[in-house]
Design a binder for this molecule. Structure first.
Ligand code: AMP
Length: 316
């Protein structure tokens, strides 16, 4: 069934993404939200998401996002950019279990492909926003919807530099530009800029970074005390891993930071190492080249364990 067919049968729709939403999560949720508002005015549509970076407020509909599902039943629930019910934010799992029809639009390799009534999961796609765009009727995609999906693609491709960026990705971006997408403003204001305090703590993480495995791995971490000293939230640290991976000659970047009383592990690889597998060892997941997990252990304990898994992966 196409998205338009699903929508034509629904009068109430709820859209959910993953916990601690990133650009692709919010971009795909609001891309779909704007598409529905623009083309299906009789549908009552709601988007639910946990707190997201304030810079994303430039997207139309960002001010309509609700923080938690209120339990009201809906005809159709969408799960965007999310590969499991456990990872669903804003109490969305409750809605997905009771909605008449459900649809998962995702690109995580760890997705079991059977979460919803209909599952559009493409692990080779750059982003959930890209998967979404090619499921929609392009003629009915407005500038507002294009802006949202463009933001999603920019963030999940690291501004078009990750290897999942394809001709299809760029065709989508070309279509968005044709639709009047604010491409320069979105990439600058949401991807290439961060708050002053986030800039300072990124500097500290860089100062603390170390090399391992003959320069193939760069790692760093931030402690709860340091977060307090810089007065930052986990959101301010979510892009630090992408800064430390800039060290030349490295294959893998590891960054740990405190989230909800645990340490969040962020892993990035360039070419060879499948970090989704490594994150899986710690109960996490993601993609081959970008993955995450959480741990109760201190970074000084867990980093050597990650390093030995990377050492094994580099041998194969
Ligand atoms: P992050 O390091 O948080 O930017 O996450 C990189 C990728 O891994 C994203 O696609 C996340 O959705 C995914 N990811 C992060 N943490 C987890 C986790 N605990 N379980 C499954 N996937 C995760």
């Amino acid at each position: 069934m196409t998205i338009d067919e699903m929508l034509s049968k629904a009068s109430s729709v709820a859209i959910f993404g993953h916990v601690r939403p990133d650009g692709d999560c919010i971009g795909s949720c609001l891309g779909l939200y704007n598409y529905i508002v623009d083309n299906f005015p009789n549908i009552q549509v709601q988007v639910f998401a946990e707190a997201f970076p304030p810079s994303y407020n430039l997207l139309n509909g960002a001010d309509q996002v609700l923080s938690e599902y209120d339990g009201r039943p809906v005809d159709l629930a969408f799960l965007m950019d999310t590969p499991s019910f456990e990872r669903c934010g804003a109490n969305g799992a409750k809605c997905l279990k009771t909605a008449k029809f459900t649809c998962n639009i995702d690109h995580h390799i760890s997705n079991p492909l059977n979460l919803c009534s209909e599952n559009f999961v493409e692990p080779q796609a750059s982003s959930a926003s890209e998967v979404l765009y090619f499921l929609l009727d392009s003629n009915k995609v407005s500038k507002n919807a294009a802006n949202s999906m463009y933001l999603g693609i920019v963030h999940d491709t690291g501004a078009f530099k990750f290897s999942a960026t394809s001709k299809r990705t760029m065709n989508a971006v070309g279509d968005f530009i044709d639709k009047g997408c604010d491409f320069a403003k979105i990439i600058n204001d949401t991807y290439y800029t961060r708050s002053y305090k986030a800039t300072l703590i990124t500097g500290l993480a860089k100062e603390k970074c170390k090399l391992a495995l003959n320069g193939k791995v760069v790692y760093s971490y931030i402690t709860p005390d340091e977060m307090q000293r810089f007065d930052v939230t986990p959101m301010d640290l979510s892009s630090v891993v992408d800064s430390i991976r800039e060290v030349s000659g490295t294959e893998v970047a590891i960054f740990l930071y405190p989230v909800n009383g645990q340490y969040k592990i962020s892993l990035r690889s360039n070419y060879i190492v499948n970090v989704n597998k490594i994150a899986g060892t710690f109960g996490g997941g993601g993609h081959e080249k970008a993955a995450g997990a959480s741990t109760d252990e201190h970074p000084e304990v867990v980093i050597p364990k990650i390093l030995s898994l990377i050492e094994e992966a580099l041998k194969n």
